[in-house]
Design a protein around this ligand. Sequence first.
Ligand code: HEM
Ligand code: HEM
Ligand SMILES: [Fe+2]
Length: 458
Amino acid sequence: MKFESQRVAWWFFLTCMVLFGLQLVYGLIMAYAHTGNDFLHDVIPFHVARATHINLLVMWLLAGFMGAAYFIVPEEADRELYWPRLAYVQLVALIVVGVVAIIGFHFQWWEGRKFLEIPRPLDYLVVVDVLLFIANIGMTIWKGKRFTTTSLVLFFGLLMAALLYLPGMIPTDNQTIDSYWRWWVVHLWVEGTWELILGAILSFLLIKLTGIDREVVEKWLYVIVGFAFLSGILGTGHHYYYIGAPRYWLMIGGIFSAFEPVAFLIMAIYAVRVARRSGRAHPNRIAMSWTVGCAVMAFVGAGFLGFAHTLPQVNMYTHGTLVTATHGHLAFWGAYAMLVLAMISYVLPLVTGRKRHETPSAVFAFWASNVGMVAMTIAFGIAGVSQVVLERRLGLDFLTVQQEIEVHFWGLLLAGTLFISGITAFIWNFARHGRPVAEVTRGATTAAPEEPVHQAAA
Ligand code: HEM
Ligand code: HEM
Ligand SMILES: [Fe+2]
């Protein structure tokens, strides 16, 4: 860590750990309700648990991206953050808005639109908060000593993600039009702007962890960004098939979204190749596992499982079923959750000065969470395909089918337990690193792969 202000990243990552833990509690509540034992129904009905689960997810991922940006941008621009204290204010504001939203859900204060449940007055606060963040990193880059492709791609990804929050706020009473705009946010985030953030953070990590030439990595970043945009923008059409939008979307959405996996495939192949070639260059191998794991699992969850239901002929049967949840879990996990966990694994020893990353519990965290998530995906997948056959092919009633598939949620709970044991180990490691210390900035550098990690007293 070169600059004092980079330390704020740790506080964002701490927020991630707390919100992530809480997100999983709501996942368990829902999984248990799906087994037919919805004993919490009167206190936390399913829709409340669902809104809380997915909004906590988005919130901790955004906190993770912000923390990552506050660490990466000073390093890339070679200067302190432009407004270091604003970063703390902005974190506190984000937490306050988030907590109010989550409590509000439990009192039926929500908008009822998947992923955009946060009520309108809070939306404005989110916008202000994110603009402050963008201004801070924007000024840091602008006043910095150098512009790098990595920091610019990261900046534009974050800026466009912020701007694309706005279409979700367009008021309308029309269900189709509301859906139309909702997808500008949800789809153009995860399959557009967030992909830029993903590409940029992966580039940063690969440069730091392998010592490979920046030019080589950044050349690939252009290719990935190009592919993501070419396919992702018109690929939005894969959500317009059956919502009442014009029929031409069947063709446009089908063709363009079918190419979306290419960007993820290039990322995966590239990350694996770079890691292979560099061998064991960097002492923080666990960060390398998360980085390469992220690129690979993003391809499996987003690219492969996304493709599996993206053609209109398939989506006609799978739309809005547990097949969607199957893909949703592995895609979010691989592409974005693992990305944030990779960044945290890389940053922790640097900001705390304590080299406690290469432990059996850190390795356990990686494998248990990944194997657990794959098992969860399989459980969701079996439930989803059964649902499609019974409900959409045989025409059984929705609730009859939900009862038929209850058994698969015992499998989900089992897999989820393994997953949670991995995440508990990750959070335990986070705690063991302790709080950031001031001395680590002195003389330490993250530039070279053989960097000595400053060893402070425990
Ligand atoms: C990292 C990237 C991705 C993430 C995090 C992600 C996540 C999700 C989530 C959470 C949903 C449900 C959204 C909702 O109903 O509100 C969804 C739906 C969908 N995704 Fe993805 N996805 C990603 C990439 C992709 C890709 C690359 C494809 C296609 C090749 C794809 C195809 C689809 C389709 C067709 C649906 C609609 C399912 C339905 O009709 O119910 N996704 N995705
Ligand atoms: C123990 C861990 C977890 C359990 C038991 C769990 C369970 C569930 C359940 C039961 C649902 C509702 C499905 C339905 O609509 O019927 C759900 C939704 C969702 N969860 Fe999880 N979850 C867990 C962890 C995660 C993680 C780690 C992520 C992201 C990385 C995640 C992302 C999502 C998303 C995006 C949805 C919405 C899916 C959709 O749009 O259809 N969950 N989860
Ligand atoms: Fe999409």
